[in-house]
Design a protein around this ligand. Sequence first.
Ligand code: PMP
Length: 394
Amino acid sequence: MSKTKRIYMDHTAGKPVDPHVMEAMMLYMKSLYGNPSSVHSFGQEARQAIEEARTKIAELINAERKESIIFTSGATESNNMAIKGVTYRNKDRGTHIITSSIEHMSVLNPCKFLMTKGFKVTFLPVDQYGFVNLRSLEKELTSETILVSIMYANGEIGTIQPVKKISQIVHGKNAYLHVDAATANGQVPIDVDNEGIDLLTISSNDMYGPKGVGALYIRKGTRLKPSIHGGGQERGLRSGTENLPGIVGFGKAAEIAKKEMPTESGRLKTLRDKLIKGLLDNIPRSFLNGHPTKRLPNNAAVRYSFIEGESILLDLDLKGVAASSGSACTAKTLEPSHALRAIGLKHEEAHGSLLFTLGKQNTEGEVDYAIRIMPDIVKRLREMSPLTPKELKE
Ligand code: PMP
């Protein structure tokens, strides 16, 4: 492997934009730049492009109608819109929210904010794999519960939740189910109808679309308070001139994801399993984070005892491989990831964790290279670590 070759295995943090997506977007920056609310032909062309994108996203998740898709600035906004919108609008029915302890901060923090406004929030525990405890969910649901928010899959440990089972339990108590599908969308088939999802957060960049654009699916009949007041765009729920090129790119990305998902996810699963095996097989005291099979096709999350994930990352980077020690969203804090702690890892185990997330451009040769360089990196760092037992240093 030449020194200049760089291998990117941090696709949960950010993905490249598909060239077809870029091409579709360019037209709406250079030539078709009208405001979708204008009555002239420039405006009508823009409106048509937005409605076509809405249709493609609705088709990707099997939404009942395209009007159920509301465009936002990304998953964080969609999560805020769903959680605050539903709870404020339905507080006459109850003031209790249930979520899980491994959600993204853009779910946990709106919930914590709502606690300061008189709402009660239950944070469900998860098991060692990161699965939400369904018995606890059943037990905690009351007639006061208006919303349950559980993520489709966790990007740090890869575990995919049994969403259909969750929705059956939630609907048994007449609460709404919101699912944060950022990271999962475009990788695994999501069917809001079959899985019984009332609100779904979708993110564009996770499907090789541009960053800074996303959507919230809202099932017909779900009561929601608007999140941004203004000119009344997006059915009055999210005002502001639409991000035309971003939405066009998002739509194109959804169209490509629908077409490519079966083959690409299969290819990624094969690479993922090879990577996981290779990262664990020849290195003692190494472990998998998350579930072995019910995990995102691109996610290889491992941990090594006695050393820091951050140090491994630096060594990997010197050798040309970009991975992650967990969520990029919390990478600036020294605290170990709340998701890793929630699956029962000790402080030092969480710190010894490492996350590889694969993408379209990764090849088997790149996976082989990562597997090849890892034993020496771990050995060298363990030799320097005061925590390493003697027998592992010999
Ligand atoms: N939810 C989940 C599950 C995520 O992984 C992320 C980060 N990719 C977000 C929400 C927030 O996404 P964004 O920063 O694009 O708003």
